[in-house]
Design a binder for this molecule. Sequence first.
Ligand code: PLP
Length: 440
Amino acid sequence: NAPTSHLIQDTPASAALLNRARAVTPGGVNSPVRAFRAVGGTPRFIAEAKGPWLTDVDGNRYVDLICSWGPMILGHAHPEVMAAVQEAATHGFSFGTPSENEVLLAEEIVRRVAPVEQVRLVSSGTEATMSALRLARGATGRSKVVKFAGCYHGHVDPLLAAAGSGVATFALPDSAGVPASSAHETIVLPYNDVAALEAAFVEHGDQIACVITEASPGNMGVVPPAAGFTDALRRVTREHGALLISDEVMTGFRCSAAGWYGLEGEPEGGAPDLFTFGKVMGGGFPAAAFGGSADLMSRLAPEGPVYQAGTLSGNPVATAAGLATLRGCTPEVYDRLDAVAHTVADAASEALAAAGVSHTVQWAGSMFSVFVRDGAVRDYEDAKAQDHAAYGRFFHEMLRRGVHLPPSSYEAWFVSASHDDDAVAHVLDALPHAATAASA
Ligand code: PLP
C-alpha cells in the first residue's frame, strides 16, 4: 500500500476515457459533480478501490477522501462486505419477490433508530426523499413543502428548488424541466432561521404538508443545526399539523450508530415523523430507505392509498452489502472515524493557517468540511461566500500529490475506518503544499 511517491502530472488514460465518455454520455459523467466543473481539470476514471486507496486507469494512487460521497464507511472492498456480496450473488441477483435480507436490513435500521418502527426499502436517496414527501402529502392531504436553501435531497422536482435569501420566497425551479407548478409548492427558507420558519407557517401553515431538512446539512458543506433549531422545526410543524422529515441519507449511520438522531438526541416535543436513509446502509450498492411510525407507514400501498414501488427495491445483493456494512459499524469503527477525521481536519487547518489562508472547519460527528472563509457558516449564503478559486487550487495540489478530495467547496470530506496511519500520513504530507497553492 505504498503511496504514490511521485507527483501525478499526466493522466492520459483518464483523458482518453473522458473523451469517449463525452460522445455517449452528457458531460462524460453520470452525476454532474464528477465532471470537475467546479475545480477544472480532468476527472480521474477509477479502475480499482481498496481500503482507503483509489487507483485510476493510469495506475496513479490516491487516498480517498470522498468515499463514494459517504457509503464507504468501512473502506473499499471491505473483506466482510465482499464476502456477504459474493455469497448473496451466488444465490441470484434479483427475485422480484420478498427475501430474507430485506427483513434483516429493515430490522437492523429499526433497531438503531428508535422512532422508526417500519421502513420501506428503495434504491437511492432520491427515491427515499421523493417517497417520504409523497407519504407526507398523502397523510396530511396538503401539498406544500418547506425546504432549506443549501439542503440537497436528491433530484426530486419539488426539492430541487432553492431560492436566494429572503423569507418564505416562493422558489423558482433550480433546474430546467422542473415545472413552475411543482416549484410553487415549495417554500425555500434560510437554514437556521427560526423567525423565517415561523413567518412561513403563519402565512401558509394550513397548506404545508411537511418540512424536510437534512438532519445536519452536509450539502452546503457541513452546517450543523444551531442549538434549538431542530426543536423549533418540531414545535412549529406540530403546531400546524405538518410532518417533519429528517433526511439522514448522508448522516445516517455515519454521525453515530443511529445517525444524527443518535448524536443530537430527540428534539424537544418528539422525534421527526419520517426519516430517510441511504449511502452507508447500502454499503456502496443501491439501497436506501424511508421510515417512521407503523401508523404513518401503513398509509403506503399495499396497506394504504399512497403508492410507491420498485423493481429492484430490497435487492438481495444490495441488502447483503448494506447489512454487512451496518453490522461492521462497531464502536471501534466510529472511534477510528473520529480519530482520522480530527487528525486530517486539524492538519488541514494548521496548514491553511500557516499559509495565511482564512478558513473555517465545521463538524457533524465525524463529518466535516473546510470552508475557505473566515467565521462560522450558518446557512447557504454564508457557504457561498467562500474563496472557491482557492479551494480549486488546494484541491488540485492535493490531487497531484495523491489525495482525492471532493471536487467542490460545498462538500463534506469523508473518511473511512480503513484510513490507516499510512494513508493519513500521506494526506498530512500533502496538506502544507496544497495550503501554499491555495494562498497563491
Ligand atoms: N439526501 C441527502 C442528504 C443527500 O446527501 C443525498 C445525496 O447526496 C440525497 C438525499 C440523494 O441521494 P442519492 O444520490 O442516493 O439519490
